[in-house]
Design a protein around this ligand. Structure first.
Ligand code: ADP
Ligand code: MG
Length: 327
């Protein structure tokens, strides 16, 4: 296939009509209509084969994930996604691969009413850069910088599953009871989170009015919470046992491995928020209406730094937390 028939294939597979797309694929630039009183939010992320996904990942999953990681960034800002651009670098013109990729991409795009409005197609090592755009009413966006001492630290879903999925794919045999009974069922559930993370768009929008800061967890809870702490000039105390997902992974994996997955595994694409205590009930209700749950994992403190505590309240030292800040 030529470059232009590949673009045509992508355009056909990803066709989605939005009245605010004035010009889509086919001209030198796309043109979109920004509603008055709305902010346009823009983000971009690159996935490189072998680095951001295993080399043998199915193309439909790569398509899904390349959009999902960007929609997750929009979710963290409380934005509603609207458009995407796709810059694709391919080692060869493989119609079957591109069709499957575009199907995975468009499946997620359709769920969130995202129109693919342009991109670029080049030959090279497999790499995918998606740029996503979305809207939020002016003045309502969520940022990393608003956390205050006393705020509750919370996440919108289980952590560590994608990291456990990668661990499973790498063939690590140190898994527990349920895993030994039915390794593929358990392993495949984890790999599903690695391959097809569902971006938490509804959660971000529902929480707009109630949270003091937000970020999506892509590099692991500890690293991303530290971004919030640094941006906000505060610290945090969190309890390992209250992190959703940790109990489940501990059943299947060595405790230190489970700890490492939930604290620093990455690829979770779950929202991490801080909530002023007087808005906690309202935040829970708003999230419940979006069919989601707020899981409290700790508190913001005026003391800088992140402290992770075990069930007894003792601070877990960095060496046994499963991640190393000093590496
Ligand atoms: P130019 O050479 O002017 O950059 P291209 O030939 O690269 O234009 O692209 C032609 C049209 O196809 C443009 O509208 C561009 O946005 C779109 N396009 C190219 N590659 C992709 C892609 N991978 N996904 C979506 N649209 C694409
Ligand atoms: Mg071009």
């Amino acid at each position: 296939m030529t470059e232009f028939s590949l673009i045509d294939l992508i355009r056909t597979e990803c066709a989605l009509h939005r009245p605010d797309v004035l010009l889509g694929i086919g001209d030198d630039a796309a043109s979109i209509q920004v509603p008055p009183e709305q902010e346009l939010l823009v983000c971009t992320d690159t996935l490189i084969a072998g680095r951001h996904f295993p080399l043998n990942t199915r193309p439909e999953h790569i398509g899904w994930k390349s959009l999902a990681v960007n929609l997750s960034d929009l979710a963290a800002m409380g934005a509603e996604p609207a458009f995407a651009l796709l810059a694709l670098s391919l080692p060869e013109s493989d119609e079957t691969w591109v069709r499957a990729f575009a199907q995975g991409f468009s499946e997620l795009a359709a769920q969130h009413n995202v129109a693919l409005i342009g991109g670029d197609t080049t030959r090279g090592a497999l790499s995918i850069t998606v740029t996503a755009m979305g809207f939020a009413p002016r003045g309502t966006i969520l940022r990393r910088s608003g956390a205050k001492p006393g705020d509750v630290v919370a996440v919108c879903g289980a952590l560590g599953r994608a990291a456990a999925g990668l661990h499973y794919l790498k063939g690590h045999p140190d898994c527990g009871r349920a895993y030994r009974l039915d390794p593929h069922r358990v392993g495949h559930q984890w790999v599903r989170h690695l391959d097809r993370p569902p971006p938490q768009i509804a959660q971000g929008i529902a929480l707009r009015a109630y949270v003091s800061s937000a970020i999506d967890i892509s590099d692991g809870l500890a690293a991303d919470l530290e971004h919030v702490l640094n941006s906000s000039g505060v610290g945090a105390d969190i309890t390992l046992a209250s992190i959703p997902g940790w109990g489940e992974l501990r059943e299947e994996l060595d405790q230190d491995v489970a700890t490492q997955h939930v604290l620093s595994g990455g690829d979770d694409y779950v929202l991490l928020v801080t909530v002023p205590p007087d808005r906690l009930d309202a935040a829970r209700t708003a999230l419940g209406a979006a069919d989601a749950t707020l899981h409290e994992i700790g508190r913001i403190t005026s003391d800088a730094g992140l402290r992770v505590r075990d069930a007894a309240g003792d601070i877990i030292e960095p060496t046994t937390r499963g991640w190393d800040h000093f590496a």
